[in-house]
Structures are given as structure tokens and as C-alpha cells.
Design a protein around this ligand. Structure first.
Ligand code: UDP
Length: 244
């Protein structure tokens, strides 16, 4: 399997297909060692340029998949042929699809109260026989953390999907992964919201036209300001290439 990587604004991103990402993760699932997986879009990579802790975590992660048209564009622009986009939502679905047969237990951690319950019901409908071994909403204080960690440890998931938003999910997983000993932890952003029907993904034609970022920005007015992250990202990547 290829282990091609590309550095985008100081973060090393893996260049692989969805199929390759799934087999890499299946390899991790056959072992005990806790692994961290991040799904890097333009917004996350931009944030990592000013958040050194996030940058360090991404570079320490076992796998950083190219989530988003911006990341794929940047890789290609920098001379690394990126085969395709590996969206966090799609990756989570692929893993849940094989989970019943493989016996992987999945834990949902994150999103507003009530959302993970709905996402669990959806997962059970989509993937009959799946074992969602635990759920916990993503709103908590430091005082709740010991209980959350104990609950995850007791549920013994193979896959921990953390939907706390960027960079909270990456920072939380990184600081607790040694203690949790979950083979595969993935920061999945809005995945539980989409599964629960609280948030919609862009229609397929928009995804294919590489416009999912636009859809998300328009759909969530609170995020409209974040729309600027993509053009800023493009300029930043262009400038970084000139410097080389
Ligand atoms: N979220 C959470 N805890 C928090 C903040 C956010 O569980 O303290 C959840 C939020 O409810 C949503 C998810 O994190 O389900 C992703 O949030 P957002 O879309 O803001 O983040 P992104 O990953 O797109 O940056």
C-alpha cells in the first residue's frame, strides 16, 4: 500500500483513496495500539497555521485524510497527485458498514444532547447488527471528564467517533488516547448531526462540483464568516509554493 504524504501549510496529509484509508484503518483495528485519525479540510489546515498545538497533533496523528476539495486541490497544486477526497462523514459510514460483520464496536461522542441518540438509531437502521456500544453528548465541563473517560473505557469500543468540532475533538482525543486505549479514534465534526438529520450534507451534484464548502457556509449563517477560510487557504498555499 502506498504511504504517500504531502505537506500542506506545515501539516503532513496522507495521499490515499477511500479504499486505502479503510484498509489502513482495518490494519489499526487488528491491533491494540491507540491510533488517532484526523480529517483535514481547508478550514482545519488554516487553523493549524495559527494554532501550534493543533498543528503538532495533526503531525503526530497516525493518519490525516484529505477531507475537502480544498485539501485535494492544494495537494495537486503542490505537486502531489491526490487520488480523491476522503470525507470524514463518508469514512465513518464506510467503517460502520463493515462493523457488523467484523464485530467492531462503535462509540459516538459529541454533538448536542439528543443528537447521538438519533444518530445511533440511524446507524442501527442503515447497518443492521451494528453495535453502538455507547453514546455521550459533546457538551461537558472538566468535572465531567473522568466519568466520560470511564464510560468510554467500560464500553470498550474499537472505533471512537468524536464529534466535538475542530480543534476540540483533536485536542481531546490526543490528550486522552493513551488512557482510553481505543484502537481507532477519529475526529468527525458534524457527522452525528448529519446522521441525526439535524444538519444536511450538500447534494451530490454540489459535492461533485467541489462546492460542499459553499453549501455548508450558506446553510449555517453562523459559519458564513468561515467561508473566507477557503479563499484565504488558496492564497496561503500559493504563497507557500512560491517560497519553496
Ligand atoms: N460540539 C460539541 N461540543 C462542543 C462544541 C461543538 O459536541 O463543545 C459539536 C456540535 O454540536 C457539532 C459538532 O461538534 O455537532 C461539530 O461542530 P462544528 O460544525 O461547529 O465544527 P466543525 O467540525 O465543522 O469545525
Amino acid at each position: 500500500m502506498s504511504m504517500k504524504k504531502v505537506e500542506i501549510l506545515g501539516v503532513t496529509v496522507d495521499s490515499l483513496t477511500m479504499g486505502e484509508a479503510v484498509s489502513r484503518i482495518e490494519g489499526y483495528l487488528s491491533k491494540k495500539k491507540p491510533r488517532l485519525i484526523a480529517t483535514a479540510n481547508a478550514e482545519m489546515l488554516m487553523r493549524a497555521t495559527s494554532d501550534q498545538e493543533l498543528k503538532h497533533i495533526l503531525n503526530a496523528a497516525d493518519l490525516v485524510v484529505p477531507d475537502g476539495a480544498g485539501t485535494v486541490w492544494a495537494a495537486n497544486y503542490l505537486g502531489c497527485k491526490m487520488p480523491e477526497r476522503v470525507a470524514g462523514y463518508d469514512l465513518a459510514q464506510e467503517l460502520m458498514a463493515i462493523a457488523p460483520k467484523k464485530g467492531y464496536r462503535v462509540y459516538f461522542f459529541g454533538s448536542a444532547p439528543g443528537v447521538a441518540e438519533k444518530a445511533k438509531a440511524k446507524a442501527e437502521e442503515l447497518y443492521p447488527g451494528i453495535n453502538i456500544c455507547g453514546i455521550r453528548n459533546g457538551f461537558f465541563t472538566e468535572a465531567d471528564e473522568a466519568q466520560i473517560i470511564a464510560d468510554i473505557k467500560a464500553a470498550k469500543p474499537h472505533i471512537l467517533l468524536a464529534a466535538l468540532g475542530v480543534p476540540k475533538q483533536e485536542k481531546w482525543l490526543y490528550s486522552h488516547m493513551k488512557e482510553l486505549v481505543v484502537p481507532v479514534s477519529i475526529g468527525v465534526g458534524g457527522t452525528l448531526d448529519v446522521m441525526a438529520g439535524v444538519m444536511q450534507r450538500a447534494p451530490l451534484w454540489m459535492q461533485k462540483a467541489k462546492l460542499e464548502w459553499l453549501f455548508r457556509g450558506l446553510k449555517q449563517p453562523s459559519r458564513a464568516g468561515r467561508l473566507m477560510a477557503l479563499p484565504r487557504f488558496v492564497l496561503r498555499v500559493m504563497a507557500s509554493k512560491k517560497k519553496k
